[in-house]
Design a binder for this molecule. Structure first.
Ligand code: BT5
Length: 329
């Protein structure tokens, strides 16, 4: 975690909206000396913040670096809970793994675990998730809804809606969702979501939502086996994009839809989700742990479970699977 004083300092800059904040005002606000203010300003510079210092006016931030440190994310973040506690590491094995530990140790709800790179990023089951340094968003968020464990898979769909809308609003892209956890642009995967649980038999203790998004990777940065199936925000947009602004928007949307969900249930989320889903109405192949089902995806239930109608008219309910859309694998 980073220094609480610097956290407060960024809050002061954030509120000043690009205007100068005097050294004295900062010192008063932080309850420290002007020399201490100067030291923290230097620390921000070392982190890549570009700060202008003008005599008799004070300091202002000209440019925040594109890192995903606690400071970067907090500067301009508009949430009440989500991302208000941040655990950042330059390099980590898996943010998901760390989030499990923090959740177990009773960290505050909304805690965000984020890293510039993951050395053992993971997907569902035993799959790995390619997470190279600085080029993507590798993060996990801890929620503590008072719900039965069966409802947890709905959070994957809720998170998918938040991610799609963040990409629309921040980047002007039009991603689609492939049930349950893939976000695609032009048929290629830009984001994967991994929802995991700590629960007792009838009650969720923590939901850990892992989000992996390729942001500034170039096509040749992907390993051979991902070249044909993966894409990034920068590839689709044709330019580099700030990761922290996408993260902030995802956190804001997640908070919004989390509250909506707790107030009104899954219904409104389901409607939004359906508006972005590509698999619905298509012929698909669903590979589950127990076997393969082919048929038409006819929708999701009110619980977020996928319904497939096979050629004999039988309807299957699928809780978890890999989906291949026919003629568009
Ligand atoms: C997922 O699994 O899509 C969930 C990925 C979640 C990653 C996040 S990053 C932060 C947090 N910490 C973690 O350790 N994990 C979470 P699944 O549906 O099982 O898809 C995995 C498959 O996606 C792999 O087998 C590859 O084929 C493919 N893949 C791996 N890395 C990729 C990447 N960077 N971009 C696109 N596809 C990738």
């Amino acid at each position: 975690m980073e220094s609480p004083i610097r956290k407060k300092m960024l809050q002061a800059f954030s509120e000043s909206d690009g205007e100068f904040v005097s050294g004295q005002a900062l010192a008063d606000f932080l309850g420290c000396t002007r020399t201490a203010v100067w030291k923290h300003i230097e620390e921000l510079r070392r982190e890549g913040f570009e700060l202008e210092a003008v005599r008799r006016k004070g300091y202002r931030i000209l440019h925040a670096p594109d890192k995903v440190t606690e400071n970067e994310i907090r500067y301009g973040l508009n949430t009440k809970n989500l991302g208000q506690t941040i655990y950042y590491q330059e390099s980590i094995d898996s943010t998901q793994k760390k989030a499990h530990q923090l959740a177990y140790d009773n960290c505050p709800e909304g805690t965000l675990v984020i890293a510039e790179e993951q050395t053992s990023g993971r997907g569902r089951m035993t799959r790995s998730w390619h997470s190279p340094k600085y080029s993507g968003i590798w993060m996990s968020i801890i929620l503590r809804p008072n719900l039965p464990p069966q409802q947890a898979p709905q959070f994957t769909l809720l998170a998918a809606v938040a991610v799609v809308q963040a990409l629309e609003e921040v980047c002007g892209l039009n991603p689609e969702i492939k049930w349950p956890n893939d976000i695609l642009i032009n048929g290629k995967k830009v984001t994967g979501i991994l929802t995991e649980l700590q629960a007792e038999s009838d009650k969720i203790n923590s939901i850990i939502i892992g989000i992996g998004m390729n942001v500034n990777s170039k096509q040749e940065d992907f390993p051979e086996e991902l070249q044909k199936i993966a894409t990034s925000v920068a590839i689709e947009k044709g330019k580099i994009v700030s990761r922290s602004s996408i993260i902030q928007k995802i956190l804001e949307k997640l908070e919004l839809y989390y509250h909506l969900y707790m107030e009104k249930g899954f219904g409104p989320i389901k409607l939004l989700w359906e508006g972005y889903a590509i698999s619905i109405g298509r012929e698909i192949i669903a590979r589950t742990i127990t076997g393969t089902i082919e048929g038409k995806a006819i929708g999701i239930t009110n619980d977020g479970v996928l319904k497939i109608e096979d050629s004999s008219g039988r309807i299957h309910e699928i809780y978890s699977a890999d989906i291949e859309i026919q003629g568009n694998s």
